[in-house]
Ligand binder design. Structure first.
Ligand code: BES
Ligand code: MN
Ligand code: ZN
Length: 508
């Protein structure tokens, strides 16, 4: 569980306090004496500290200095990172609650700080007997600037004067905060799914978890089992599953609110390879490590639809999550095999480790039945993507969706899940033509992330965006609020995009 964010106007009950500051002139008067102010200035200006702590005996006061920055995206990210730092300090001293004092009245900044605190407190300790290291922070209260105006900061010091009920300001915050809690909980669920090892998360278990998330959020869910997939002739998903002793599962989640702003749905497709050994083209050495993360795309899609439904966003969305493991086995695909896909096209499987595109191709072809306004897929698809841009963003490619991708890039900056666009040039498509079948699943050594995207494009006829999230989906080492292990990359991105879509802000 990650901490819950709430709004308060009861300054008498505040515990530990976090004050956000980007300008000394805005330091709330009365909180610090002259000597403390001198100390604070020195710590921040000379020693370049971002967080300065004051021990008030009954509680701590943390001043968090976020320097003013023109680049709004980076400013919000600084807040999230500072939030992670403060959550670390609070958890280290076993605090269970803290309040953020909004000294400057900038809502987005406060929410970003709270977001960093909450996500930074995420842990996956399910299989540890020793719960000593378990984080204690459970509640993050936002104490609004608007509420505080009259008191001019004095209330914080004395903790005696009543603020009075400025209910309006509180309710204004509440809906955004409620939405943020739903979103962060969705990110946490997404991380849980990714961190769960294959021993405990098969394709069937994944579909059961998605069913629970659908039920809780009000989304409709359907799981296509092996028999149904055979009837649908999903040769890609069934082919990859051939080497496994576990059946495949294709989960469909749908949120179709009354009065949705879109006549045609947005469809999200997520790669759900619950473990990627490489199949008969077995992954060598350490390269198989962390391949439980190969369902990060499907986890992000499940969590995003869960969040959109739970927050009741007025947008019709569908999530498609084809899932299987990829293993060598008696019946496993071997190099040179030819399979027939859901759309009838034939594929020569030259490398069984290029399995993601096979299961996604069937899902992309299946997506046509929804007559989608736009399809976005998320997949830990290629090592080439990781080598190209590392873990700091995802690779995006589009066809017939240039404007939509611009909006998605804007969302990427807002939530700091940044996208780098790669081309869909036809020449790359030539490189995956097969002599024996319609396509082959392997291109040349160069630009592997692009030939993979080109492969997927062949199964689409609608506005389409492909996201290769192999880099940012999973972190071996902790990186601030993104944590260690599954990051939940894509959830905040998709939800922000859908929110823009709902508000009619999309460039379409
Ligand atoms: N799941 C992997 C891609 C991957 C690599 C994800 C590293 C996360 C970290 C994918 O199925 C794969 O094995 N891709 C191959 C494709 C190749 C055989 C064309 C790759 O990138 O090596
Ligand atoms: Mn693979
Ligand atoms: Zn894979």
């Amino acid at each position: 569980m990650i901490p819950i964010i709430s709004v308060t106007n009861k300054e008498q009950e505040l515990g530990h306090l976090v004050i956000i500051l980007s300008n000394f002139s805005k330091l709330p008067p009365g909180v610090f004496n002259a000597a403390e102010k001198t100390y604070l200035k020195a710590q921040i200006e000379t020693l370049k500290q971002e967080v300065v702590s004051f021990n008030r005996m009954t509680h701590w006061v943390y001043v968090c200095f976020i320097k003013e920055e023109k680049d709004y995206s980076r400013r919000l990210e600084s807040c999230r990172k500072a939030g992670d730092k403060i959550a670390g300090l609070l958890n280290a001293q076993k605090a269970d609650r803290a309040a953020i004092f909004d000294a400057e009245g900038e809502e987005a900044v406060v929410l970003a700080l709270a977001e960093g605190m909450a996500l930074g407190s995420y842990q996956f300790l399910k299989y540890k007997s020793d719960q000593e290291s378990k984080n204690t922070l459970k509640e993050i209260e936002i104490y609004s600037h608007v509420l505080e105006e009259e008191e001019n900061g004095q209330a914080l010091l004395s903790r005696q004067s009543a603020v009075g009920s400025r209910q309006l300001a509180v309710t204004r915050h509440v809906s955004r905060v409620t939405e943020l809690n739903i979103l962060l909980n969705a990110v946490s669920l997404c991380r849980d799914l990714i961190n769960e090892p294959n021993s405990h998360l098969t394709a069937t278990v994944f579909s059961k978890e998605a069913e629970k998330m659908a039920q809780e959020s009000g989304a409709i869910v359907e799981v296509l089992n092996k028999q149904k997939l055979s009837a649908l002739k999903m040769g890609g998903l069934l082919g990859v599953n051939q080497g496994s002793f576990e059946p495949p599962a294709f989960t469909v989640m749908e949120w179709k609110p009354v009065g949705a702003v879109n006549a045609k749905p947005l469809v999200f497709v997520g790669k759900g390879v619950v473990y990627d050994t490489g199949g008969m083209n077995l992954k060598p050495g350490d390269s198989m490590l962390n391949m439980k993360d190969d369902m990060s795309g499907a986890a992000a899609v499940a969590a995003a639809v869960y969040c959109i439904a739970k927050a009741k966003l007025p947008v019709h969305v569908v999530g498609l999550m084809p899932a299987t493991d990829n293993r060598p086995g008696e019946k496993a695909l071997v190099s040179g095999d030819i399979i027939t896909m859901h759309n009838g096209m034939t594929v020569e499987v030259l490398n069984t480790d290029a399995e993601g595109r096979l299961i996604l191709a069937d899902a992309l072809s299946y997506a046509k039945k929804y007559d989608p306004a736009l399809v976005i897929d998320l997949a830990t698809l290629t090592g080439a993507a990781v080598r190209a841009i590392g873990k700091f963003g995802a690779i995006a490619m589009q066809s017939k969706a240039a404007k939509e991708l611009e909006t998605l890039k804007t969302s990427g900056l807002e939530v700091y899940e940044r996208l780098v666009e790669f081309p869909m040039w036809d020449e790359y498509g030539e490189q995956i033509k097969s002599d024996l079948a319609d396509l082959k699943n392997l291109g040349p050594a160069e630009a592997g992330m692009i030939t993979a995207g080109k492969f997927l494009e062949k199964f689409t006829d609608y506005p389409y965006i492909h996201l290769d999230i192999a880099g940012p989906a999973f972190l071996e080492k902790r990186d601030s609020y993104r944590g260690q292990g599954g990051t939940g990359f894509g959830v905040r991105l998709l939800v922000d995009f859908v929110r823009r879509y709902g508000e009619g802000k999309q460039n379409v």
